[in-house]
Write a protein that binds this ligand. Structure first.
Ligand code: ADP
Ligand code: ADP
Ligand code: ZN
Length: 214
């Protein structure tokens, strides 16, 4: 399945739940790119400046990266694509990739969230530096302050691209380059929209219904 939505809509948050509940594997292109940046690879060096500017990494790099990741998941019950596709070219390449690999797409879920909420969500976002579990200063702090609920680790990190200026650019990139893929899936009759403005569990209930419905 694919989970679509603007930055900060709650894609990663819902993926965590989908992984736990349905045993799906999450493939997040943003996470993959951050790992490349951390490792200092050639791809990471190319991606870093683009990500810091809030722009999109070139399609060809992303498409080959996700294709090889999908190939490594042959044992998985199912895969959720988080943060991919993000352009029309990526959506078209995904179609070709899936048919070449004899894979099918069951659900395309769009999370709808107002821009004010996005800014609020991104400005309070942080995650566990060890296991990556996601948190929010106001909306979902760890049960015990300073300690990860999932793994007990006490160090956390904030993304450098969650600053107000980069967030503005990321929203422009979403509006101009990613939102245009919504009609692509709408026309295929596979797009399912979910109101992402409610609480995390409320949103998850809606997604669960979609996944359980086939
Ligand atoms: P968010 O979940 O907040 O939308 P991501 O972690 O998905 O952010 O992405 C972070 C950054 O990584 C993006 O701003 C972009 O620069 C890059 N990126 C991630 N996925 C893609 C993609 N599919 N195509 C192009 N760039 C991408
Ligand atoms: P995305 O992956 O779409 O960029 P995240 O899942 O990282 O978004 O969510 C962004 C921030 O908003 C995180 O700090 C997360 O804890 C918080 N968040 C996610 N979903 C909700 C929600 N339904 N209500 C309030 N805050 C949320
Ligand atoms: Zn943790």
């Amino acid at each position: 399945m694919i989970i679509l939505g603007p930055p900060g809509a709650g894609k990663g948050t819902q993926c965590e739940r989908l992984v736990e509940t349905f045993g799906l594997v999450q493939l997040s292109t943003g996470e993959m790119l951050r790992a490349e940046v951390k490792s200092g690879s050639e791809l990471g060096q190319t991606a870093k400046e683009i990500m810091d500017a809030g722009e999109l990494v070139p399609d060809d790099l992303i498409i080959s990266m996700i294709s090889s990741q999908i190939d490594q998941q042959s044992e998985a019950k199912g895969v959720i694509l988080d943060g991919f596709p993000r352009t029309t070219a990526q959506a078209e390449a995904l179609d070709v990739m899936l048919s070449e690999k004899s894979l099918s797409m069951d659900h395309v879920v769009q999370l709808e969230v107002d821009e004010d909420a996005i800014v609020e969500r991104l400005s309070g976002r942080f995650s566990c530096a060890n296991c990556g579990a996601g948190y929010h200063d106001t909306f979902s702090p760890p049960a015990e302050e300073g300690k990860c609920d999932k793994c007990g680790h006490t160090e956390f990190s904030r993304r450098s691209d969650d600053n107000p200026e980069t967030v503005r650019s990321r929203l422009v990139a979403y509006r101009e380059q990613t939102a245009p893929i919504l009609p692509f899936y709408q026309d295929k009759g596979v797009l399912q929209s979910v109101d992402g403005m409610g609480g995390m569990e409320e949103v998850f209930d809606q997604i669960k219904e979609i996944v359980a419905g086939g």
